[in-house]
Design a binder for this molecule. Structure first.
Ligand code: PHE
Length: 511
């Protein structure tokens, strides 16, 4: 029976057959100049055909540390000192002289000296008043410690458990001098089974793996001469760290889908907005506290914005001063066009909603109009884990005849249900531009809590009449922050994370 093996496996098998004894895997890999992993993969193939195997053994590897390697090069301190005395042909030398000639560290010098004494090479005497060293022998055969040290020249690492008794004594001596490092390792040895030992190389054929069949191979039939490379489909591929859509954009896209599925169309508006659309058109009096600098970023350049059609500006002016044709009494003050012309960074997307009402008038639109806006707004807030100065609002409006508060509640329930909150409650609220106004809270299962999400209401006649939207046509509106939902959705405790972009969190996100 012939066995088919990859080329490299055949080579390794023949090496093992020649060597006859089992082989330490890491040494064999070195010898064959192949990767350890490649070798072990080949052994796996041998195992598959019951030709070979490997066993594991815990070994304590010992090797010289930096200091030990230095002594291997330059000799142990005692040998260095001896060499100095022998070179200068000095039978005796003062301790100071020897120290200065040796250029050794004082501490190392004394270790060397003490070993010289132990080796019975020297004697010390203070008889002349000077601390002197005398050589007391003429022969200096290589010491056992030296022999042991030198054995690391040929074999930089040795197996502790394989040291002989006398080597162990030398090891202990040098180890006390802190010249070694010891490491526990699992060592694998590769062997051939009886079948592996007896099989003839002529019974082994080379496996010619291909991973693709071309049309030529199919038509000529040569594909039969090849072996198809098996694929392990249960193995996962490498992790990709490719670019992906940012979680906030992903959430925005999902919310977009929700609006679109409910028949809404998206609108966008400028970030640099006039106070007119941001405040005045929303019936916020010109001395309203929200216009104060601490909330709103006013711009110096451009300092003023263009206002819409003169007659519409006058209509808004009239609602502020006396209610215009909205049947309201208005705020009863002198409205100033220059204040309305000031430029601001949009503080809410309701400014963009107002531009849509202006367009409704201009193009004489038909009802119903259902639009939404998900976009960036700016407020001069102190930053903390639940406040940003630059954030995103989600806003939806419906312009239609005879729509009322229950329609609004229905819309809200549907919207929040679609973005994942099954229960909502509404409470009376206040906005200068809606009447009635409602605060919306949703029930968050995971925390078992009601969370306030945003505001809603029916636009006041003072807001809609200047744009020709008159009873029984009304505007239902709601708006809220995106980041609040994002924090729940992505389980982030700090809103700033959404923009600081912790790389670990982003890597966990799906594509
Ligand atoms: N503009 C309001 C805000 O910024 C939200 C809102 C929108 C309220 C529409 C009522 C109607 O909080």
């Amino acid at each position: 029976m012939t066995i088919k093996l990859k080329k490299q496996v055949i080579e390794i098998l023949s090496v093992l057959k020649k060597k006859k004894t089992e082989q330490i895997a890491s040494l064999l890999a070195n010898e064959l100049n192949i990767d350890y992993i490649v070798l072990m993969a080949a052994v796996n193939d041998l195992i598959e055909y019951d030709l070979g195997g490997f066993k594991e053994e815990e070994i304590n590897q010992i090797s010289l540390n930096d200091e030990g390697r230095k002594y291997l090069e330059e000799g142990l301190p005692e040998n260095q000192l001896l060499e100095i005395m022998r070179v200068s042909n000095a039978k005796e030398i003062s301790m100071e002289d020897l120290l200065s000639k040796s250029k050794l560290d004082k501490h190392i010098f004394y270790i060397g000296l003490s070993n010289m004494r132990k080796n019975r090479w020297i004697a010390q005497s203070k008889a002349t008043g000077e601390n002197k060293i005398f050589l007391v022998t003429e022969k200096f055969p290589e010491t056992d410690v030296e022999k042991f040290l030198k054995s690391f020249k040929a074999q930089p690492t040795r197996d502790y458990s394989k040291l002989s008794k006398s080597e162990l004594i030398q090891y202990d001596l040098l180890n006390k001098r802190k010249l070694f490092t010891k490491q526990n390792k699992t060592q694998r040895s590769i062997f051939l089974t009886d079948k592996g030992k007896s099989i003839k190389m002529s019974d082994i054929k080379e496996l010619k793996y291909i991973s693709k069949i071309t049309s030529e191979m199919l038509s000529s039939g040569t594909w039969r001469n090849y072996d198809l490379k098996p694929f392990d489909v249960s193995k996962s591929g490498p992790t990709l760290k490719a670019g992906k859509i940012h979680p906030l954009i992903r959430l925005i896209n999902e919310i977009r889908e929700v609006f679109i599925s409910m028949g809404f169309t998206e609108i966008r508006g400028p970030i640099v907005e006039s106070a007119f659309f941001n405040f005045d058109a929303l019936f916020q009096p010109q001395d309203h506290p929200a216009r104060e600098l601490q909330d709103t970023f006013y711009l110096n350049n451009p300092k003023f914005a263009k206002l819409p059609e003169k007659d519409r500006v006058l209509a808004v002016k009239a609602t502020h001063e006396n209610g215009g044709d909205s049947k309201s009494l208005g705020w009863r003050y002198q409205w100033d066009e220059n204040i309305a012309k000031q430029t601001v960074l949009r503080t809410h997307t309701t400014a963009t909603t107002m531009r849509r009402l202006a367009q409704f008038y201009r193009t004489n639109d038909k009802t119903p109009v259902k639009v939404f806006c998900i976009d960036r707004v700016f407020r001069n807030e102190k930053l903390d884990k639940s406040h940003l100065a630059e954030f995103t609002q989600i806003e939806g409006i419906v312009i239609d005849e005879n729509v009322n508060l229950s329609d609004l509640i229905g819309l809200l329930s549907e919207f929040y249900r679609k973005i994942g909150f099954k229960k909502i409650i509404t409470r009376p609220g206040f906005f200068p531009y809606t009447e009635p106004s409602m605060e919306v809270s949703v029930y968050y299962d995971k925390l078992g809590e009601w969370l306030e999400m945003g505001g809603s209401g029916i636009f006041r006649p003072e807001v809609t009449y200047p744009w020709g939207i008159k009873d029984p046509t009304r505007v239902l509106a709601w708006g809220q922050g995106l980041e609040r939902i994002a924090m729940l959705y992505y389980d982030r405790q700090d809103m700033r994370d959404l923009y600081i972009n912790p790389i670990k969190w982003l890597r966990q996100q799906p594509y």
